[in-house]
Design a binder for this molecule. Sequence first.
Ligand code: ADP
Ligand code: MG
Length: 346
Amino acid sequence: MNESNGEKRTEIGEIGEFGLIDQLASQVSTYHDSTIKGIGDDAAAYAVGDELVLISTDMLVEGIHFDLSYAPLQHLGYKAVAVNISDIAAMNGTPKQITVSLGLTSRFSVEAVEALYEGIRTACDAYKVDLVGGDTTSSRSGLIISITAIGSAKKGEVAYRDGAQNKDIVCVTGDLGGAYAGLQVLAREKQEYLANPDMQPQLDKYSYVVGRQLRPKARMDIIHEFRDLGIVPTSMIDISDGLASELFHICKSSGLGVAIYEDKLPIDQSTYETAAEFSIDPNTCAMNGGEDYELLFTIRQDDFEKIKNHPDIHTIGYMHEADRGKVMVTRNNNTVALQAQGWKHF
Ligand code: ADP
Ligand code: MG
């Protein structure tokens, strides 16, 4: 905090993104009974009859969330939609419509915007969502893509961050850490290209992790399976900032602690290999890397039978009382406190 001319100035970095959101949220009041869920979850929810309408918005900014020197525009368009669909999935909802708003610099041609839209349309087809509007403006300092996704959920089926109960089982889908490992590969290829522009990037060996970074999927397949299996997660969040940060959100919202087991973290072989090459701990990629867009959720112990043989759902731990903390049980049976770093943009 600095004092100048008697006015208080607090740097955003001092309280962080989540601190800022909490501070703004504490000053907001709502007027409508139909507003069921406001700030603080993956999507907001309002009631229309027996259904909840879900709304989520996410902005991608050039130089912060993506680098056009290695993110092809088609993939970027796809990813921008997928990360919003992922927030609807994280509510156990079904996405229906999106709007797309763009801030474009003079660097962009009509063809470039069309390439971006090709990816956006591919994602709309994949997730069966309708593009129903948006906004287009110019930008001075890089490309900005802001997408809003609208979806729905039945009232009894919505999954919030705050519904986890003591002793619930903690599950994640897919595998973790790949997107972060892929980012390391892309950043290295960029440096090598800058040093020697004639060199062709060698990405074949890394196609899985690079794909995880450039073209993540929203796990709507899992949401459909929940319905087939008769499961309603007690809480859920998508993994955009790393497993540790998302566990913190579930714990804080639900007023509980958590224990997860290091040897249960699902990490792909190619993530292990890439992490080893960069001398980074694959567990750190999974816990603090981010952008995997898998789902983290809790279920009642009674539901364990329904998911125990599912090849893409992994049980990693359980919820416990808040005073037992947020811990990881390591391979050699030590209990260590979880550290949530997440992404720091400020
Ligand atoms: P996610 O990672 O799932 O997209 P965020 O961490 O971006 O979620 O946001 C957490 C919550 O804070 C959401 O409910 C979101 O709508 C809300 N939020 C984020 N930024 C703002 C803002 N500037 N004003 C009001 N609410 C915000
Ligand atoms: Mg989210």
